[in-house]
Design a protein around this ligand. Sequence first.
Ligand code: XMP
Length: 517
Amino acid sequence: MTDRILIIDFGSQVTQLIARRVRESGVYCEIHPFNRVDEDSLNAYGPKAIILSGGPASVTEAKAPSAPQVVFESGLPVFGICYGQQTMCSQLGGSVEPHVHREFGRAMVDVVDDCAVFDGLWSANSQHQVWMSHGDRVTALPDGFRPVAVSEGAPYAVIADDARRYYGVQFHPEVFHTPNGAQLLRNFTHDVVGCAGDWTMASFRKEAIQKIKDQVGGGRVICGLSGGVDSSVAAVLLNAAIGDQLTCIFVDHGLLRKNEAEEVVAMFRDRFNIPLVHRDAKDLFLGELEGKTDPEVKRKIIGGLFIDVFEEEAKKVGGADFLAQGTLYPDVIESVSFDGGPSVTIKSHHNVGGLPERMRMQLVEPLRDLFKDEVRALGRELDMPELAVGRHPFPGPGLAIRIPGQPITKEKLDILRQADAVYLDEIRNSGLYDEIWQAFAVLLPVRTVGVMGDSRSYDYACALRAVTSTDGMTADSYPFEHEFLARVSTRIINEVKGINRVTYDITSKPPGTIEWE
Ligand code: XMP
């Protein structure tokens, strides 16, 4: 088995980044909430070391969460980050106090002694930038620890107990603003703990294929393709594992982007030779959506119809024992709520919610251990075209939620598709596509007056949206150059009949959402 690290979560906003940094160094890891770890689960998971995350609580409060005692009885190396460092110190006999000198944002640490996690990176008497976010601080160390770095607000910015291989940092090594942070974590996992660092997409692919074979045996699997990255990569991986025991069903609801349906069909049928049922259900969906404007009503109609059509097609091919889904790791991580109580937020897949129960199929979810960018890397490992693996996320209800506040018609869908295609074309040509999480056009429910040549026009306005994000939970609008936006606007108005005004949406999330509906 590949070496694995356990990350115990105390509810920090950036716990997932710890997992990403550890995985980027070639070591597999999982995030488990602090109140779900006990001796049995620890033994079952079998980590080589434990990382304690940050968190919003204060160890000085009575109900503060703490690390399960088994962590310190296991003999495993431990790396505590921020709250993780504080609870480790407090639990092992040191002390933590609130402090007037709170540190938020960039700070400098002074290295006062050598330490295994600094090897090859930081030496005594040097100064380094880190990112801090804390009110409390450690004020007395437990026996066996020594300070190895200090900052203005934290006399114990980095501490070490070499004998037990316990380390603690008051700052956040997992964030971008701690420039050497990833390397510090790597020193811990590789040099201190001795992880081999051999968890790569090639090794994941091999293991995942074996796991699918073991689970599915001789059974039949059905996979709903949406054209998005996750379901596409899941399908190609399944195909590599079980070949023609897999059937993919692609329901074209007529709410896709320009050429998307054709590209999906061509990729699966021609490039990968995967049996694909392509059901053209455009008229059915458009008919049911006629006159509907409420976003949740539209979502319900689309979700319900999708299930009906999918089930129909699945029956036609003789049914299956398993339903494959492109569920990702962020969807299955249990989150820790702010008061430390257990809060389980597991999102269901938007498109096929309820299907497995209804059709009595078991689930195959071969991507449930991966983050989005790891899914993309796996897709590349499986030799999938960049067009498919690099694609921006796209919502299940598609363009139906990008024509807000107005009835959806084929004419409006066509106008929107064209504007969207011009916008994405310009983004690609400018080399910006991969910098952006999601970019799309929205057809607004207003007509505006314009002048085109010598005559007056009275056409739709459209809004452009582009955001950067790491997980879609928060987002910032993309800061395009004015010239770029002007070029897109000119092209849309010249090339797309029906639009005579273009605006750019600069709302971040929160308070906005990424989609308009
Ligand atoms: P919001 O608009 O909530 O979007 O900020 C966050 C991410 O989720 C996508 N999204 C959806 N995906 N069905 C989906 O499959 C939906 O109903 C849906 N609504 C939003 C959105 O595109 C973004 O990536």
